[in-house]
Design a protein around this ligand. Structure first.
Ligand code: PGA
Length: 279
């Protein structure tokens, strides 16, 4: 457990670890696969990471990223999507200032309303699965769900193919979710479509312009636990209670973050608002 005076200090330390990992892997000519999170907590990490990459001219050509989750039903360029968040907080800058390859960025895509929203492989698979479908008609709910499930399976497959994830960054919800793996989610589940709890929708409403979607696509606990190393980040008093539970309550799907205690290499990055240092 690492405790920092402020979220900014936490961000600096975490970004340093990420860069050091990339440099270490580079020495052995190995790619670095990063699992990335959205939310307020990692923002200082991304701020510092952009600075370090620029200042130290870090080679990102071999860096591959996988984001944890995305809302269903939002076009990727919707200002509330996690795609937009990641490009605003990290990727747009890195793509301009470094040699990060845009093809190495992976974020689940939760939008499939028309044929234009599908890749050519997806379109082909759709017509095989639904042979009576009328070309160019909007996707029915059944077809949309089918495509989204295919995407979840493909995402898990891509992580296995390009992974394992070297370092997974996580935030935590006030209900103990990690990614959008909500309470009750089996620990063995991989990337899936999930229904968000009212608690999560309420927590996210403050940064969401409009109604928070009810469903999402997310890496499962099973996916997350396959990462070689995990950093769970939490800052601010609002997270104190759930961090105590994550660390002390019995390991159970009712608090998804307790699953992390089964992982051999996990660090909790906390600030003093959560864990005051004794003088
Ligand atoms: P936050 O979200 O960083 O905005 O608190 C974390 C989460 O819900 O996983």
């Amino acid at each position: 457990m690492l405790i920092f005076e402020s979220p900014e200090d936490l961000g600096k330390a975490c970004a340093r670890q990420i860069v050091d990992l990339i440099l270490e892997n580079q020495k052995e000519n190995k790619p670095t696969v990063l699992g990335l999170a959205t939310g307020n907590t990692p923002i200082p990490v991304y701020r510092e990471l952009k600075q370090l990459v620029q200042k130290e001219k870090i080679d990102l050509s071999q860096v591959i990223t996988f984001n944890l989750d995305e809302y269903l039903g939002l076009p990727i360029d919707d200002p509330n999507s996690y795609h937009s968040f990641m490009f605003e907080q990290l990727f747009s800058d890195l793509l301009q200032t470094s040699n990060l390859d845009p093809r190495n960025i992976h974020i689940p895509n939760g939008y499939a309303k028309t044929e234009r929203d599908l890749s050519s492989q997806e379109l082909e698979a759709l017509f095989i699965a639904f042979p009576n479908r009328i070309k160019n008609s909007p996707l029915s709910q059944e077809e949309e769900l089918w495509i989204l499930k295919q995407r979840a399976d493909q995402y898990e497959h891509d992580i296995s193919r390009l992974g394992p994830i070297d370092l997974q960054i996580l935030g935590i919800g006030t209900n103990g979710h990690i990614g959008f793996a909500e309470p009750g989610f089996s620990f063995s589940q991989d990337t899936s479509l999930v229904q968000l709890t009212e608690n999560t929708r309420r927590d996210n409403a403050c940064v969401f312009n409009g109604e928070v979607p009810r469903f999402a696509i997310t890496m499962g606990i099973g996916t997350i636990l396959k990462a070689k190393k995990i950093y769970l980040l939490a800052t601010g008093e609002k997270k104190r209670e759930i961090i105590e539970k994550a660390l002390q309550f019995p390991i159970s799907p009712s608090i998804p973050a307790t699953s992390l205690r089964m992982h051999p290499c996990v660090s909790f990055f906390l600030d003093e608002a959560i864990c005051p240092r004794t003088p």
